[in-house]
Design a protein around this ligand. Structure first.
Ligand code: FES
Ligand SMILES: [Fe+2]
Length: 434
């Protein structure tokens, strides 16, 4: 029997080296000859082998957003997150940290925890009751018989985790990219004042979109399509992503209002010592990021029809409701809106080459009372509508990518962040395949 310990998986280059040379050359060529400034060739959105490479080179190597600490408030609370063939258990431990374990029993491979979230002491596999500690150590295997059996060799495999400003990130690579430390230093001061450790889930929505995970991310990185979001356009200035000289006539008035709101927001941020500057390193670092604090329309407080607050309780130590939204995008699978009254986290979890789970979670102050401090329908209305509209847009593109008539088209100037996302993706995969 080969000894095996519960070390992180080594996934580097496994799939690539197992592909027939001809197929690998063909796929590598698709990456190499990707036309800059254009959407990707169809196989990137439709091909099962490229999806496997994405799982290995992107989701198998990088820091992935999993959940927020509000989803695991007590020791023993867990969520399971799946991406492609992987399933991970993210578990709050006794000292307040997080353990990440592969959700694959070391007996015969059964899923150990089958619920998306819950609370547990030891982890008991439902098949033959192998029992693991919250650290993943195998502590009991009933009637193992006469097989020579060293329990120490059969713990659940572990993965890395990081908790920064209340956001939990996981990485299954042996050696996670080190530059996440730098990225964390960028976003921590923006997010910490909202204090996620003192928030609770008001609502969580899981949508399966019939679209490749990259189409979900591409759609999120531009507001060129924001005419399709009437509810969102009440509070989010639809000029997002545009710069002087790119403003269409019908948005000129909005642009002026946006500029005015932004300068008064910045003045308030300076007064309170809150960072607001745009930091944009979407494809210039491995843990790619964009973060800024941006004004909202109307009252400038939250995602409501008039921009007015949606929860009466301020988050953390924030001094003011009128703080717009602190918006963050992290490569490869998440984006966030931090307002003064609530936070919305978005995570994309690929299922296969043509389906993705999009998980949206609304967090409010932990002492906010539903029906008293906030109305759940009103709190979630804008983004529930927007998510459904985005799901439809993504699905239109997935259908298009499946047509023989599809060919890559040019990204517009206002879609430069889409290009940055794709450029980041292509670079990361090429590094992995090299
Ligand atoms: S597969 Fe888990 S105990 Fe047998
Ligand atoms: Fe959208």
């Amino acid at each position: 029997m080969t000894a095996s310990v519960n070390a992180p998986l080594n996934s580097r280059g496994k799939l690539a080296s197992s592909l027939p040379a001809e197929q690998l050359a063909e796929i590598s060529e698709l990456f190499e000859f990707r036309r800059k400034g254009y959407s990707l060739d169809a196989p990137f959105y439709t091909d099962a082998t490229i999806f496997k490479i994405d799982m290995e080179a992107i989701f198998g190597q990088h820091w992935i957003f999993a959940a927020s600490i509000a989803e695991l408030p007590e020791a023993g609370d867990y969520v399971t997150v799946d991406y492609g063939p992987y399933s991970l258990i993210v578990l709050r431990n006794d000292d307040g940290g997080v353990n990440v374990l592969h959700n694959v029993c070391r007996h015969r491979g059964a899923r150990v925890l089958t619920e998306p979230a819950g609370s547990t002491g030891n982890l008991v596999c439902g098949y033959h009751s192998w029992t693991y500690s919250p650290e993943g150590n195998l502590i009991h295997a009933s009637a193992p018989g006469e097989t020579k059996f060293d329990k120490g060799c059969f713990g659940l495999k572990r993965a890395h985790s990081r908790v920064v400003a209340g956001l939990i990130f996981v990485c299954i690579a042996d050696e996670p990219p080190a530059d996440f430390d730098e990225t964390a230093k960028i976003f921590e001061p923006y997010l910490a004042p909202h204090d996620l450790s003192k928030t609770k889930i008001a609502y969580q929505q899981n949508i399966v979109e019939e679209g490749n995970w990259k189409l979900v991310m591409e759609n999120n990185r531009e507001c060129y399509h924001c005419d399709g979001h009437p509810e969102l356009a009440c509070s989010l200035f639809p000029t997002w992503g545009l710069t002087e000289g790119l403003i269409p006539a019908h948005l000129e008035e909005v642009w002026d209002r946006n500029k005015e709101a932004q300068s008064s927001l910045e003045e308030r941020c300076r007064r309170y010592g809150l960072p607001y500057e745009v930091v944009e390193e979407l494809d210039t670092r491995i843990a790619g990021i964009r973060i800024s604090r941006e004004s909202l329309d109307g009252d400038g407080e939250s995602f409501s029809p008039d921009g007015h607050r949606l929860s009466k309780k301020l988050l953390g130590d924030l001094p003011d409701f009128r703080l717009g939204r602190c918006s963050m995008h992290l490569q490869p699978n998440s984006w966030f809106h931090f307002q003064s009254d609530h936070v919305i986290t978005f995570g994309v979890f690929p299922i296969n080459e043509h389906q993705s789970l999009v998980r949206t979670t609304w967090l409010v102050a932990d002492d906010a009372e539903e029906g008293v401090d906030y109305d759940l329908e009103k709190l979630t209305y804008t983004w529930k509508q927007t998510n459904l509209q985005d799901k439809a847009f993504v699905e239109l593109c997935q259908t298009g990518a499946g047509s023989p008539a599809y060919e890559p088209g040019p990204y517009m100037k206002s879609e430069y962040q889409v290009e940055a996302f794709i450029n980041w993706y292509v670079q990361r995969v090429q590094e992995h395949l090299a």
